[in-house]
Design a protein around this ligand. Structure first.
Ligand code: GDP
Ligand code: MG
Length: 686
């Protein structure tokens, strides 16, 4: 069977994934592009004796070198030379969507246009002269309705026909006007002269266009001084003529071409009625009402996540308890076999402690998928954009940060909704400063121990507020330093509201949930085992333990373990923060999960977990520390070392240990600095 390789390109939300699903059905494989964390979906289908392999490129509005997604899509088209590129176009929003098509045309790729959302276009009374448009764009055009699987056969037919057609050069090309064309010709001539060997199949003209646009990736390849000089001269010349960057003038020309093509081929049979979307938008993006509506919806999302999630979470907790008890049953009572401890405390305890959040995560992603697919998310980003822009972030960053109050792990995953890499990484870096649910257990222990009733609420509020303020400041600093760069201009595109389909929502939810489970099964499992070993070995001798009761035994084991020893070793370092080795030991444990802080402190103080245990522990803490130290403990836990789940997720989503390590060290350093200041200044005041 002959093979055809097809790449699906298209704007975000054009229905690309729906078309992909329609073509490939269940025959899909999800992976990542090498070296980056952009999702790569591949699938196959057969048609008319051809084996058609389809790859879903990242959704992009354009093919510049500004964003990772665009570069991936472009490099794929250039380097992997797919036989056909199918550009999935939102036909109800044609002018905007054709920009990408003009760039693909310019790259000289065999192109098929899927006019998706053709149902919406029809409903709005838009009529296309497809034959004429197809002639202008020199590509076959097939109307499709991706979510209803309409247009599958004709689309496959067009793909096969495009491949069968002997490669004929394009008859027209996009004309940039005399001045620019002249410079393009000059650059092309120099390229020929220098005999450059890295010209892709898109040809010399495309390279010349990119050079004139001062595209980073192509410019980086043009090392010949002659080429650089020629380009610099041309750019200078054009700047002089247009008073603007050539890049901008050229983009204008492309839009001009599209607008012209559309005017010739599109007719609207009905007056554009004031449609439902406009009416809803008048309310939800309203200057006054927009924010409260957004906050209310977000509140509902959290309510849904945490209230509904509670029951399956309880079931999972119960399951892990039951599993622990069952496993424990394999050994005689009172046995202190290390295998038993590894299975129960290390593996079941560690992984179980994280997996119980699965229901929350699934519900959260379900809610997000609904908001995204319905079109509301774009409005939410619009509403928040003005505020978020002040700290150099995109409006959409607000959503992951909000999720961070629940748990950083899904929050970091949720940054996938951000298209710009710099905004996304900045957001990932500051998410751990949003005080997560697990830290609440620490506050719940400390605050009642040190603060009188009337101060408890305000102290809690202050801690949360410090986290938010620090996140804002850090985001701003990051955007001014390592993640410097323009914020992507916020193109205000509000897709029409749609009722999301159950299938697409469930697929979205499941894909993200599965990723989370894989994480728990691998990285978190590994780290749990390591931490368990560090807290269990080396063991004191049997004689030493013989005289002790159960609690003292646990205490001695922990004190002698590596974690306990490290706690002692770092004592001089954390002294200036007001902490002793006991707090140090608990802090190290807390890197497994913040909740562990409380249980480890319980162990070092030899307080059992029986009823009233927390009260006993609080009294011991009161005896040992001042309220200032109590506050410093909370402060340090808030800012420092994100838990292993967060580190693992940052590693995965940034695809680099470097960023995960940077986040870990920078936050811990920041925590040290701030806690140091607070403790020292606080001590002076007394
Ligand atoms: P992508 O971002 O380009 O991958 O877009 P998706 O395939 O995720 O689709 C976005 C939304 O548009 C989903 O809610 C789809 O169900 C919906 N959708 C996709 N194709 C069509 C279509 O042809 N007509 C209509 N009305 N909705 C569609
Ligand atoms: Mg998609």
């Amino acid at each position: 069977m002959k093979r055809i390789r097809v790449a699906l390109a298209g704007n975000p939300n054009s229905g690309k994934s729906s078309v992909f699903n329609m073509l490939t059905g269940a025959h899909q494989h999800v992976g990542n592009y090498p070296g980056v964390t952009v999702e790569k979906k591949e699938g196959v289908c057969t048609y008319d004796g051809y084996q058609i392999e389809i790859i879903d490129l990242p959704g992009t509005y354009s093919l510049t070198a500004y964003s990772t997604e665009e570069l991936i899509a472009r490099d794929y088209v250039l380097d992997e030379t797919p036989d056909v590129v199918v550009d999935v176009v939102d036909a109800s929003n044609l002018e905007r969507n054709l920009y990408l098509a003009t760039q693909l045309i310019e790259m000289n790729v065999p192109l098929v246009l899927a006019f998706n959302m053709s149902d919406l276009a029809k409903r709005r009374g838009i009529e296309f002269d497809l034959e004429q448009l197809s002639r202008l764009l020199e590509a076959r055009i097939v109307p499709t309705v991706g979510n209803k699987a309409q247009g599958r056969e004709p689309l496959l037919e067009a793909i096969v026909a495009t491949v069968r057609q002997a490669e004929t050069p394009r008859a027209h090309r996009l004309n940039y006007g005399d001045e620019i064309e002249e410079e393009l010709a000059k650059i092309e001539a120099v390229l020929v002269e220098q005999n450059v060997e890295w010209v892709p199949r898109s040809g010399l003209r495309w390279v010349a266009v990119k050079l004139l646009e001062q595209d980073d990736a192509v410019t980086a390849k043009a090392v010949h001084p002659e080429i650089r000089d020629a380009v610099a001269r041309s750019v200078e010349h054009l700047r002089g003529i247009f008073g603007d960057e050539p890049e901008i003038v050229m983009a204008d020309r492309r839009y001009g071409f599209i607008s012209g093509a559309c005017q010739e081929t599109i007719a609207s049979s009905v007056e554009r009625r004031h449609d439902t979307s406009d009416t809803i938008d008048a309310v939800v993006t309203n200057r006054v009402l927009g924010l409260p509506i957004f906050l209310l919806l977000m509140y509902m999302v959290f309510w849904l996540t945490f209230t509904l999630g509670e029951y399956p979470m309880m079931a999972l907790e119960w399951f892990f308890e039951w599993a622990g008890a069952t496993v424990a049953g394999f050994w005689p009572a009172g046995s202190d076999s290390w295998v038993k401890s590894l299975l129960i405390d290390g593996i079941l305890g560690g992984v179980g402690g994280v997996v119980v959040f699965l229901p929350n995560i699934l519900l959260l992603f379900l809610a997000i998928a609904i908001l995204e697919d319905s079109g509301y998310m774009a409005r939410a980003a619009f509403v928040m954009d003005r505020i978020m822009h002040k700290i150099g972030l995109h409006g959409k960053s607000f959503i992951p940060m909000l999720i961070g109050f629940g748990c950083s792990v899904p929050a970091i995953m949720a940054t996938r909704i951000l298209e710009n890499r710099r905004s996304r990484f900045t957001t990932i870096m500051v998410i751990p400063l949003m005080s997560c649910g697990a830290r609440l257990t620490i506050y719940a222990l400390i605050i009642p121990a040190f603060f009188p009733h009337q101060w408890r609420g305000p102290v809690m509020w202050l801690i949360y507020l410090i986290g938010i303020v620090l996140a804002v400041v850090c985001a701003k600093v990051l955007r001014l330093t390592i993640f410097r760069g323009e914020t992507m201009p916020f193109v205000m595109e509000l897709p029409p509201y749609r009722v999301p389909t159950l299938k697409s929502v469930l697929i979205h939810m499941w894909q993200r949930g599965w990723l989370f489970l894989k994480k728990a099964g691998t990285v978190i499992l590994g780290i749990s085992i390591v931490l368990w070993a560090l807290a269990s070995f080396p063991k004191p001798s049997a004689e030493e333990l013989a005289e002790l009761n159960e609690q003292q035994r646990h205490q001695t084991i922990l004190e002698r373990s590596i974690i306990g020893r490290v706690g002692h070793i770092i004592e001089p370092v954390i002294r200036p923060l007001g902490f002793d080795w006991k707090v140090g030991t608990a802090l190290i444990g807390a890197t497994a999960a913040k909740e562990v802080f409380v249980s480890q402190l319980g162990i070092v103080y030899a307080v059992g977990s029986e009823e009233g245990g927390a009260e006993v522990l609080r009294r011991r803490l009161q005896a040992d520390y001042t309220p200032l130290v109590g506050f410093c403990i909370m402060l340090f836990c808030l800012i420092s070392a994100p838990c292993v789940g967060t580190v693992a997720m940052t590693r995965q989503e940034t695809n680099s240990w470097r960023w995960a390590t940077f986040q870990f060290l920078a936050l811990t350093g920041l925590a040290y600095g701030i806690t140091f200041l607070v403790y020292q200044i606080g001590s002076l005041w007394g």
